[in-house]
Design a protein around this ligand. Structure first.
Ligand SMILES: Cc1cc2nc3c(=O)[nH]c(=O)nc-3n(C[C@H](O)[C@H](O)[C@H](O)COP(=O)(O)OP(=O)(O)OC[C@H]3O[C@@H](n4cnc5c(N)ncnc54)[C@H](O)[C@@H]3O)c2cc1C
Length: 403
C-alpha cells in the first residue's frame, strides 16, 4: 500500500494553498493531494459575475497547473477515511496510508433538501451565485428584469461567505436603480438570522445600506419549498413554525450546505463537533479532537469561524507548522485567531472591508490613517475586483502571503 507523509483530501483553496506552503517549508515530506476535479475555482468572484462585472471564465483554471512541485495529484474522490488505521480509500477501491491527514473537502450542496430548489434553478426566474454555471444566469436575469418582487434568501445551515447572499442583493438594487425601474421592484430578504450582520463596527454600515436601499426584511425565516410553476416560495418562521408564501419574479437561492459524505457520514470524524456534521477540530490548533495526526482547514471545519478564503489564508500559517510539529512528535503550538476578512460589497465601487476574529472581535489589516474600513470604500472595491484574485492565483495557491 502506498504511504505518504501528508495527504490532503480536497485540492480547493485550502488543499492547494496548504500543500504549497508545506512544500515551501519542507522539501522532503512526501505529499499527496486527493482531488477529482479537473478545475480549480476562485469562488469569491462569482458575486461579481452575478453582477456583470467579472467574466466567469476567469474564475476557473486547470487544477494541474496548481499542484505544488514534487507532490502527487491523485485524481480521484476519497470515499472512506479510516482514522484508526491511517488509511484513505479512493474511488477505485485502492487504499493509501498517511502519517498526517489534512481534511480540506469544503462543503457539498444539499439541493434536494428544499423541494423545488433544483427545478427552480432551471427557470428564468431563479438563480444562485453559489454554482459556477448559474452565476452568469443571475446577471442575465438581473439585467433584463423589469418589475415585480425580487427575493433574496439565506440558508439555515452553516454556509460559505456569510455576506455573499446580501452582496448580490445590494448590487441588484443598484442595477434596478441604474435601469430606472427601482420604483417598480420590491426587494425582499428572508433570513433565518436575527440580524443582517453581527460584527460590531461593521453592522452599522450594513444596516444603514439596507435601510437606504429600502429592503424589506423577514428575520428568523428559512426557505422550505419553491414551486417554480407558480413562482411561489414558502418560508417558515423558525421560532413559531408559521409559514408564509410569497410570489416572486426573481429569487436568489443559496443551497443548504454540509461536508461531503466522506466526512459527515463518518462519526469518528464529526461527533462532538461545535457544528453538527462538520469536522471535529480544535478551534485554535485546527487539530482533530480525537485523532492527533488529523487536521482540518477551510469550510469543512466545525469550528465557529466564518467560512471564507480569507480565513483559510490565515489557517494555512497555523496548520502547516502544526503538522510539521506533529510529524516530529511535538505538540502543536500554533494557534488560529479565528480571523476572517469579508469584502462586503454594498454597491458598485463600494466595499466595507469587514475583518474579525473569534467572538466577533473586529480587527483591520489596514492602518487607520489610510482607511476607515467600517465605511464603504472605493479602494477596497479595487482590492476585491483586482488585487485579491491576482493574489489568490499568484501568491496564495503557491504558498506565499499565507499565515
Ligand atoms: C458566491 C461565493 C462568494 C464568496 N465570496 C467570498 C469572499 O468574498 N471572500 C472570501 O474570502 N471567501 C468567499 N467565498 C468563500 C470561499 O470561496 C470558500 O470559503 C473557500 O473556497 C473554501 O475553500 P475550501 O478549500 O474549504 O473548499 P473548496 O475551495 O470548495 O474546495 C474543496 C475541494 O474538495 C474537493 N472534494 C470534495 N469532496 C471530496 C472528496 N470526497 N475527495 C476528494 N476531494 C473532494 C472538491 O472537489 C473541491 O475541489 C465565497 C464563496 C462563494 C460560493
Amino acid at each position: 500500500m502506498k504511504k505518504y507523509d501528508v495527504i490532503f483530501v480536497g485540492g480547493g483553496t485550502a488543499g492547494i494553498s496548504g500543500a504549497a506552503y508545506l512544500r515551501r517549508l519542507d522539501d522532503e515530506v512526501t505529499i499527496a493531494i486527493i482531488e477529482p476535479s479537473e478545475w480549480h475555482y476562485y469562488q469569491p468572484a462569482w458575486t461579481l459575475v452575478g453582477a456583470g462585472v467579472y467574466k466567469i471564465e476567469k474564475t476557473r483554471k486547470k487544477e494541474a497547473n496548481y499542484i505544488p512541485k514534487n507532490s502527487v495529484w491523485i485524481k480521484s474522490e476519497a470515499t472512506e477515511i479510516d482514522p484508526v488505521n491511517n488509511e484513505v480509500k479512493l474511488g477505485n477501491g485502492e487504499k493509501i496510508q498517511y502519517k498526517a491527514l489534512v481534511i480540506t473537502t469544503g462543503v457539498s450542496y444539499q439541493l434536494e433538501k428544499i423541494e423545488g430548489f433544483k427545478e427552480a434553478l432551471n427557470t428564468q426566474y431563479a438563480s444562485t451565485n453559489y454554482i459556477y454555471k448559474y452565476a452568469p444566469h443571475t446577471w442575465e436575469i438581473l439585467k433584463n428584469f423589469k418589475e415585480g418582487k425580487a427575493i433574496f434568501t439565506v440558508p439555515d445551515t452553516p454556509y460559505k461567505c456569510g455576506a455573499a447572499p446580501l452582496k448580490i442583493m445590494f448590487l441588484a438594487d443598484e442595477i434596478f436603480r441604474k435601469k430606472g425601474i427601482r420604483d417598480n421592484v420590491e426587494i425582499i430578504l428572508f433570513t433565518p438570522k436575527e440580524h443582517l450582520f453581527s460584527i460590531k463596527g461593521f453592522a452599522e454600515s450594513i444596516n444603514a445600506t439596507a435601510q437606504a436601499k429600502n429592503i424589506k426584511t423577514y428575520f428568523l425565516h428559512r426557505l422550505v419549498a419553491i414551486d417554480p410553476e407558480t413562482k411561489r416560495a414558502t418560508f417558515e418562521n423558525i421560532q413559531n413554525g408559521k409559514r408564509l408564501t410569497e410570489e416572486y419574479n426573481f429569487i436568489h437561492l443559496v443551497p443548504p450546505q454540509k461536508p461531503p459524505k466522506v466526512v459527515c457520514d463518518n462519526p469518528d470524524l464529526v461527533e462532538g463537533s461545535e457544528q453538527p456534521f462538520f469536522l471535529n477540530v480544535s478551534r485554535y490548533t485546527l487539530q482533530h479532537k480525537r485523532f492527533e495526526n488529523i487536521f482540518g482547514m477551510g469550510d469543512v471545519c466545525g469550528a465557529p469561524f466564518a467560512k471564507s478564503g480569507a480565513a483559510i489564508r490565515k489557517q494555512v500559517g497555523v496548520v502547516i507548522p502544526n503538522i510539521l510539529q506533529t510529524l516530529r512528535s511535538h505538540t502543536p503550538t500554533h494557534k488560529y485567531s479565528g480571523y476572517t476578512g469579508c469584502p462586503f460589497i454594498v454597491g458598485y465601487r463600494k466595499v466595507v472591508m469587514a475583518e474579525f476574529l473569534y467572538d466577533g472581535i473586529p480587527t483591520s489589516s489596514f492602518p487607520k490613517w489610510l482607511i476607515d474600513t467600517t465605511k464603504p470604500s472605493y479602494l477596497m472595491w479595487l482590492l476585491k475586483v483586482y488585487f485579491l484574485p491576482w493574489m489568490y492565483w499568484n501568491m496564495m495557491l503557491k504558498g506565499k502571503m499565507v499565515g
